[in-house]
Design a protein around this ligand. Structure first.
Ligand SMILES: Nc1ncnc2c1ncn2[C@@H]1O[C@H](COP(=O)(O)OP(=O)(O)OP(=O)(O)O)[C@@H](O)[C@H]1O
Length: 629
């Protein structure tokens, strides 16, 4: 026996085990995609090599003819997928194949239902990748060597998906990765030249890289190879030649998505700069869309040669981070480096034009396929709402793409656009009114809406996290300013009749003493006490200053450890409310003080704020209830 054997047995991270198990069971009806995933990975590995080799030609060793090879052995029941791409070091194998680095994986897995159909859609959002091998194989052997490493630095990884995996250092003469699938007993028929060719043509036709298989003649496998897929860059073909199915397959390759794309825009641009863009909108948001680092984005090509992924170089602004696809420039040099790309005019030009293309695609959808747009909005609306704050130059256009809930129908589904809202504005109304809250229910039940409902003035109901940020940046739309109904002094005078105004003045005059009394009772706790113009059925509400953050947001920021300025909201009261009528008759000063505190505290609660002394509030309330009995 030789002195050492370097074979080690390791366990998968728990999440990998769970995912493997689920995948094997829920993706079974789509088992052929295992090949698409492996070919796609092989092609990506070749792309990565090409990029690294730009500054270091020696990485090609003696073989610069990048390709993926697929072989089979019917007798042994195996399929082999091989690439001469970048390969992996031992550490890379452990991190890439033994663990899932995506943040949020745990929560994702906990959401799975056990229902195969539903779960297969969920897993689609996750991306299946290499693990798809285990749908058809009961053992997988991966042998790889990183480009540039010595032949003795090869790594062999092997697993049956049941009991962890083994890892061993092996000799590997050629760089790149070879994956041998030992097919399950009832999948052995997949090891068939005709079937494999069909699968490759169906799923991997538009991978720009050749996918080769050995030639066969009269049933005999030859030593020669032939390219099975079209292997030309789909985006270089003219639109009229490319079928929708072909666009969809290519989408799945570039995006690592599992579902079809929702829409795409394919453009060949000639003029000052020449380039092609193929931009896709996914139909489903990936589960980690809000994880800032985890995006595939666009791929940058120069004259059909892959240069780099968007991951490291932002070709799309953050608010369009869900866009997938390809930009292929004819003007950049092939040996382009990261440094050249930084702030490059050609890149900037392609970037800006692509943003406009995406916006145009969405505008078109609104005009021609509104239901589809609604689907898009459901998935990506929250991301698009970052747009007005991020992209000043396209702000007006982005604003038109936004959709909101509103008091028009109180529905939680966001369907109201700003132009829709404007068209319904009342005569004399010069503001776009909105309210922000931490849930749709809180927004639509807010006491601040009472007067608006009474007067039939529509108010946008904003309850997405990003909405507070949005309204800080989108201060106006087509000359009308956006105004929170919960902040600042409310002036609806232009919408009121003379009688209304007179009645208001009367109420105010009559309540003057009580207002003063409450002010004294609450002292430092409030910035002001005044008669409300907003309330019709509630006794009181809190009103923030124009520039204050909503109370629920202040709460969130405090929890996240941010110092918040101690803002003093105003308390507005509704003197016509029976509760205030009772208060007016109260002669005991202490009791009046307690009523006042309750008035303030319940208004804070209705606003999603937190009380400084919740126990005190409960005590006072109980006392009052007892006194009423
Ligand atoms: N043939 C290969 N050559 C080199 N590296 C590879 C190869 N196959 C997989 N990898 C590495 O393993 C990682 C995980 O691959 P996997 O297919 O599981 O997921 P993915 O392709 O990154 O993403 P997704 O889950 O979205 O499909 C890849 O990101 C890559 O770094």
């Amino acid at each position: 026996m030789t002195a050492t054997t370097n074979k080690e047995n390791l366990q998968f991270q728990t999440e990998v085990n769970q995912l493997l198990h689920l995948m094997i069971h829920s993706l079974y009806s789509n088992k052929e995609i295992f090949l698409r995933e492996l070919v796609s990975n092989g092609s990506d590995a070749c792309d990565k090599l090409r990029f690294e080799a730009i500054g270091n030609d020696s990485l090609y060793e003696t073989d610069s003819d990048l390709r993926v090879e697929v072989e089979f052995d019917a007798a042994a029941g195996t399929i082999t997928v091989r690439d001469n791409g970048i390969g992996m070091s031992r550490d890379e194998v452990v991190t890439n194949i033994g663990t899932i680095a995506k943040s949020g994986t745990k929560e994702f897995l906990s959401k799975l239902t056990g229902d195969e159909k539903k779960d297969s859609h969920m897993i689609g959002q996750f991306g299946v990748g290499f693990y798809a091998s285990f749908i058809v194989a009961d053992k997988v052997t991966l042998t790889t060597r990183r480009a540039g490493d010595a032949a003795s630095e090869g790594v062999r990884w092997e697993s049956d998906a049941q009991s962890g995996y083994s890892l061993e250092q092996v000799e590997k003469a050629t760089r790149g990765t070879e994956i041998v699938l030992h097919l399950k007993e009832d999948e052995k028929l997949l090891a068939d030249g005709w079937r494999l060719r069909n699968i490759i043509r169906q799923y991997s036709d538009h991978i720009p890289l050749p996918v080769n298989m050995r030639k066969t003649e009269a049933g005999e496998t030859k030593d020669e190879w032939e390219t099975v897929n079209k292997a030309n860059a789909l985006w270089t073909r003219s639109k009229s030649e490319v079928k929708d199915e072909e666009y969809q397959e290519f989408y799945k390759h570039v995006s690592h998505d599992w579902e079809d794309a929702l829409a795409w825009s394919h453009n060949r641009v000639e003029g000052k700069y020449e380039y092609t863009s193929l931009l896709y909108l996914p139909s489903k948001a990936p589960f980690d869309m809000f994880d800032r680092d985890n995006t595939h984005g666009l791929k940058l090509y120069v004259q059909r040669v892959f240069i780099m992924e968007d991951k490291e170089f932002k070709l799309m602004p953050r608010y369009l981070r869900f866009v997938r696809g390809v930009l292929d420039s004819n003007d950049l040099p092939l040996n382009v480096s990261r440094e050249i790309l930084q702030g490059n005019k050609i890149i900037e030009n392609m970037k800006n034009a692509s943003v406009k293309k995406v916006i145009g695609l969405l505008e078109n959808m609104i005009a021609n396929e509104p239901d589809k747009y609604q689907k898009f909005w459901k998935e990506f609306g929250k991301v698009l709402k970052e747009g007005p704050g991020e992209d000043f130059s396209n702000r007006e256009q982005i604003a038109k793409l936004l959709r909101f809930s509103s008091t028009l129908d109180d529905s939680a589904e966001q369907t109201v656009s700003l132009p829709d809202y404007m068209a319904r504005m009342k005569e004399g109304q010069d503001k776009i009114y909105y309210i922000t809250a931490d849930s749709h229910t809180a927004a639509k039940n807010s006491p601040h809406l009472e007067v608006f409902r009474k007067k039939g003035i529509e108010v946008l109901l904003l309850s997405d996290r990003v909405d507070e940020w949005l309204v800080q940046h989108l201060m106006e739309f087509e000359g009308k300013s956006l105004q929170s109904v919960a902040k600042g002094q409310l002036d609806l005078s232009a919408l009121e009749t003379e009688e209304d105004k007179k009645a208001q003045e009367k109420v105010e005059a009559e309540a003057k003493n009580m207002v003063e009394h409450i002010k004294t009772a609450l002292g430092e706790k409030v910035g002001d006490v005044r008669v409300s113009h907003r309330l019709t059925t509630s006794p009181s509400c809190i009103v923030l200053n124009d520039h204050d953050m909503a109370l629920y947001m202040q709460q969130l920021m405090k929890q996240a450890g941010h110092e918040m300025p101690d803002t003093k909201p105003a308390l507005e009261i509704n003197p016509t409310h029976p509760l205030l009528k009772r208060m007016e008759a109260e002669t005991d000063d202490e009791r009046f003080g307690e009523w006042s505190s309750i008035l303030l505290d319940q208004a804070i609660l209705a606003e999603g704020g937190q009380l400084e002394d919740p126990a005190g509030f409960v005590n006072r309330l109980n006392k009052l209830m007892l006194a009423m009995g």
